[in-house]
Write a protein of this length. Structure first.
Length: 212
C-alpha cells in the first residue's frame, strides 16, 4: 500500500465548474473557504490599499463604501472570464476613525491602546465578479468591544504573537491569543476574520457554484 492511498481524498461541496478564484493571498480567507469544502485558487491582487483608503476618506466615503471599493478593485485585478472571482477587504472604524494594518510592533501597540476599552466595527466587504462584471456585493459589520487590559498584558501579548499581528487590520488575531483582548464580540466569526462566509456561500449556492 502506497503512502498516497492513506491520504483521504477531500470531499468538495461545489460544482465542477466554474472554478473559484480568491483575489488575495490571505491565508486566513483561503482556509475559511477550504474548510467549507471548496477548492479555491488564490492569486495576488496588488492594489495600493493605503492610497485607496486615503482617497475614499478624503472623498467622504463611508467605511462600507471604502471596503467595497477595495474588494472590488482586488477582484477586478484578476482577468479570468471562466472563473468566479472573490475579492474581500475590511475597514476597521472606531468613533469615526479608520485604522490600518500596523507597520511594526510599536504601531500595533499604539493601535491596541487606542482601541482599549472601546467598541469598534469591522466593515467586512466581499465582492463576486464573473465575466468581467460584478454580480454580487455584501458588507458585514461585526462589533467588537475590547476590555480595559493592562499594559503589562499587552506587552506579553505582543511578544507572544510576534510579526503575525501585522497582517491584521486590528493588530489582533481573534482566532488565537487575541481573544483575550475582548469583553464582547457580536457578529459572524468568519466575517471578523475577513470574509462574510455564510452570506457568500448562500449567494454561490443560489447560482449553482456550490451544491444546494
Amino acid at each position: 500500500m502506497s503512502d498516497s492511498s492513506l491520504v483521504p481524498t477531500p470531499v468538495l461541496l461545489q460544482a465542477e465548474s466554474p472554478r473559484i478564484v480568491l483575489a488575495s493571498q490571505s491565508r486566513t480567507r483561503r482556509i475559511l473557504l477550504e474548510q467549507a469544502g471548496l477548492c479555491v485558487e488564490s492569486r495576488p491582487a496588488r492594489v495600493d490599499e493605503h492610497a485607496i483608503r486615503e482617497s475614499a476618506l478624503a472623498d467622504g466615503a463611508s467605511p462600507d463604501e471604502a471596503a467595497l471599493l477595495l474588494a472590488e478593485m482586488k477582484a477586478g485585478r484578476i482577468d479570468d472570464p471562466d472563473a468566479v472571482v472573490i475579492g474581500a477587504d475590511q475597514i476597521l472604524a472606531c468613533d469615526g476613525e479608520w485604522f490600518e494594518k500596523p507597520a511594526d510592533r510599536d504601531g500595533a501597540r499604539t493601535q491596541l491602546l487606542r482601541l482599549r476599552g472601546r467598541t469598534h466595527v469591522l466593515h467586512t466587504a466581499v465582492v463576486v465578479r464573473r465575466g468581467g462584471q460584478t454580480i454580487w456585493r455584501h458588507v458585514a459589520r461585526p462589533e467588537l468591544t475590547m476590555r480595559p487590559f493592562s499594559e503589562a498584558f499587552l506587552d506579553r501579548y505582543l511578544a507572544a504573537e510576534g510579526e503575525a499581528i501585522l497582517s491584521s487590520v486590528g493588530a489582533y488575531l481573534l482566532e488565537g491569543r487575541g481573544v483575550h483582548l475582548f469583553d464582547r464580540v457580536e457578529g459572524e466569526h468568519a466575517a471578523i476574520l475577513g470574509l462574510p462566509l455564510l452570506k457568500l456561500l448562500g449567494f454561490l449556492r443560489q447560482h449553482g457554484v456550490v451544491m444546494s
